[in-house]
Write a protein that binds this ligand. Structure first.
Ligand code: UD1
Ligand code: CA
Length: 460
């Protein structure tokens, strides 16, 4: 039985931000959300979050994101415990004493600002903790640049004798590069017994959770294999470094799985994205959120795809696609913008300077140049002429346009919604169509051309 507690009450002064540190985003998800999600595979029996600075913001943000990601995970409800004054990490855990009064299991404590932890590492920590019957087990790492971290001092059995914060270290102690990751598994009843004895006799005059190691009988350190997992975020520079680490992992993983990346350093991919083998990513391509790209598709150069599903053998060049679905064999771009549920069928072409918003497109339909189609439904084999625009908004409401199979619109047509064009309709170039058009018709809705032969401008 493991309960999880996340420390998220600090302001994070070194971020120089009004936003609580744990709400800063790393690759599309907040730091604390990442920490919370790394615990999902552990099936904790309780999930506690200690909030303080910006408590309401942190609570609201976590409740929102948890409702989305927790949909099929069946995690216990989040419990928020307030630490009114931030008097240190030990003081933060003291706030759990009333809530966990009758709890007899282990408590996994995580810093809300250590966002790259892998669930396997946490599982391993808990297993070692149980095997050895430790009072506490903590994650440690050997860092090339340990500045800012607490240093861990152990005996030959890996039992922790002392943790000294960087600022409290002597020069000799600072030479120890073995650091405390801020991830601990405690036997809760033992911790609860000694928590009230913590003292704030250090440089910051705070109650340090790390001082509990003096008071517990058997505390063991476990080293992580890849120290990058436990990097803590205290500044914008750390945030940028962590992003770099994350990108490195994500890209290495997808390349090993059969994705080609041309100039990987210029590409960014959220760790929520799914790719199939033989996807090709060209330079300056950015894939975000819940995006899925199927085999044979070539994305970029210069494209942004967010929360979208892209089928097989699709090409997308210099374009932005958000919240949309693109079926197999479709070609997008250059310079197209698809957003707000633009669902495009198989074998279509969406070309230069075309914007689609909340528009459904059938199969083998072409919208090749300079169009805006909003709130529209198009059938199969439709051809939209250059410059066709749906006038979907009357200043108050949005209205739909429906265009039947094989219908063709001439260049510079304006389709004034609500409007239905039947199947096999032809719209003459330059028309402003305001009334529905039945199947198999030609519609011409413009002034006739007038020619006055022999007419010349009279000079004064
Ligand atoms: C802490 C550890 C340090 C370790 C490092 C790893 C202590 C005393 N030090 O230092 O040994 O190497 O993490 O990243 O624990 N928080 C609260 N309430 C408070 C103070 C902090 O909830 O009163 C939260 C913060 O929001 C943050 C976490 O605890 O998420 C860590 O606090 P921070 O001040 O960043 O500790 P470090 O100095 O990094
Ligand atoms: Ca920190």
């Amino acid at each position: 039985m493991v309960a999880v507690a996340i420390l998220a009450a600090g302001r994070g002064t070194r971020m120089k931000s009004d936003l609580p540190k744990v709400l800063h985003e790393l690759g599309g998800r907040t730091l604390v959300q990442r920490v919370l999600e790394s615990c999902v595979p552990l099936h904790p029996c309780r999930r506690l979050v200690i909030v303080g600075y910006g408590a309401d913001l942190v609570r609201n943000s976590l409740q929102q994101t948890d409702a989305i990601t927790n949909g099929n995970n069946h995690q216990p409800t989040l419990e928020f415990v307030e630490q009114k004054q931030q008097l240190g990490t030990g003081h933060a855990i003291q706030q759990l004493l009333p809530t966990l009064k009758d709890f007899t299991g282990d408590l996994l404590v995580l810093n809300g600002d250590v966002p790259l932890l892998r669930p396997d590492t946490l599982e391993q920590l808990i297993n070692i903790h149980k095997e050895h019957g430790n009072a506490a087990t903590l994650l440690a790492a050997h860092l090339p640049k340990p500045t800012g971290y607490g240093r861990v001092f152990c005996d030959s059995q890996n039992l922790v004798k002392q943790i000294v914060e960087d600022r409290d270290c002597t020069d000799a102690q600072r030479k120890n590069h073995r650091i405390n990751a801020g991830v601990y598994c405690f036997h809760w009843p033992k911790l609860a017994e000694i928590l009230p004895q913590l003292k704030a006799d250090n440089d910051q005059q705070e109650y340090y959770l790390t001082d509990t190691v003096h008071l517990l009988d058997q505390v063991m350190a476990v080293d992580v294999d890849d120290y990058r997992e436990i990097l803590g975020i205290n500044s914008r520079q750390h945030l940028a470094n962590a992003y770099h680490v994350l990108q490195d992992w994500v890209k290495t993983n997808w390349m090993a799985a059969g994705v080609t990346m041309i100039d990987p350093d210029s590409i960014t991919i959220d760790d929520t994205v799914q790719l199939e083998p033989d996807v090709i990513l060209e330079p300056q391509t950015h894939l975000r959120g819940n995006t899925i790209i199927q085999t044979g598709s070539r994305i970029g150069p210069g494209s942004l795809i967010e929360n979208s599903q892209i089928g097989k053998n699709v090409t997308i060049q210099f374009s932005v696609v958000s919240d949309s679905l693109i079926a197999d064999e479709t070609r997008i771009g250059p310079y197209a913008h698809l957003r707000g549920h633009a669902n495009v069928g198989q074998g279509c072409r969406i070309g230069n300077f075309v914007e689609l918003k909340n528009t459904q497109v059938g199969t083998s339909t072409n919208i090749a140049h300079l169009s805006y189609l909003g709130d529209a439904t198009l059938g199969d084999k439709v051809n939209i002429g250059a410059g066709t625009i749906t006038a979907n908004y009357d200043g108050v409401k949005k209205h739909r346009t429906t265009i039947g199979d094989r219908t063709k619109t001439g260049s510079n047509s304006v389709l004034v919604a609500p409007l239905t064009l039947g199947t096999d309709v032809t719209v003459a170039a330059g028309s402003i169509v305001t009334d529905d058009v039945p199947d198999d018709s030609l519609v011409i809705a413009r002034e006739r051309q007038v020619i006055k032969p022999g007419w010349r401008l009279q000079s004064e």
